[in-house]
Design a protein around this ligand. Structure first.
Ligand code: ZN
Length: 217
């Protein structure tokens, strides 16, 4: 049962994200995971992007691999935006080929992301760790991209406002760099925001997550 779509810490009931630099660890991991070239490593890779994609593709066929990512665009770190777009495009092609959704890291590049989504209309995407504005949230969802919220939801009134008006089917929860067990606190808090019972809310979260990531556990 998966309720937490993005963590960097090992956990049985969450999707653990491996960067390309951690690919040797992903090979031996037997719980749910995702793998991709993180924007921050786009200028420090020790092999060509083509070679990296070949290695990624092999892992994407694993039955405990549920997504490509995190990958994406970051205007503040990593290679030039042009190079990042090329590297992300190659990973979107892999996602399309293997039928996997993509967990996206996006910093100050939502317009560029939306252009890519229009090109890769069949590739399911979720922007993780969303902490931008309401307008941005609505613009992204309109393009068919989902949003995932982390522990920032617990403390930010503006993020709480965004989360509470978005339909449950468009959002996910995650713990990212925090302890995976924090997902319990996050689910309880989110259920209260939505004004629904914890039990019903949790059921919905699991259902949405399993549908989007095609989890059959
Ligand atoms: Zn992350």
């Amino acid at each position: 049962m998966i309720r937490n779509i993005h963590t960097h810490i090992p956990a049985k009931d969450a999707i653990r994200s491996f960067s390309f630099g951690e690919i040797h660890e992903a090979i031996h991991y037997d719980a749910p995971f995702s793998v991709g070239i993180h924007p921050w490593e786009t200028n420090t890779m020790n092999c060509s992007v083509a070679e990296a994609c070949l290695q990624l593709e092999q892992l994407l066929y694993r039955k405990n691999c549920f997504a490509v990512g995190e990958c994406g665009l970051d205007k503040l770190r990593g290679a030039s935006l042009k190079e990042q777009i090329e590297i992300l495009s190659l990973q979107l092609a892999l996602a399309e080929k293997t039928g996997k959704p993509v967990i996206i890291h996006c910093v100050k590049a939502f317009n560029e992301l939306i252009s890519l989504k229009k090109e890769w209309i069949n590739v399911a995407m979720v922007v993780h760790g969303f902490r931008s504005k309401m307008q941005v949230a609505q613009m992204i969802i309109k393009q068919g991209i989902k949003l995932s919220f982390g522990t920032y939801l617990l403390s930010s009134p503006s993020i709480q406002e965004i989360y509470s008006i978005l339909p449950d089917t468009e959002t996910f929860l995650e713990t990212d760099e925090q302890e995976p067990a924090e997902i319990n606190k996050l689910i309880q808090f989110a259920a209260k925001l939505k004004n629904v019972s914890l039990e019903a809310f949790e059921k919905k979260i699991v259902q949405n997550t399993h549908t989007f990531f095609d989890v059959k556990l």
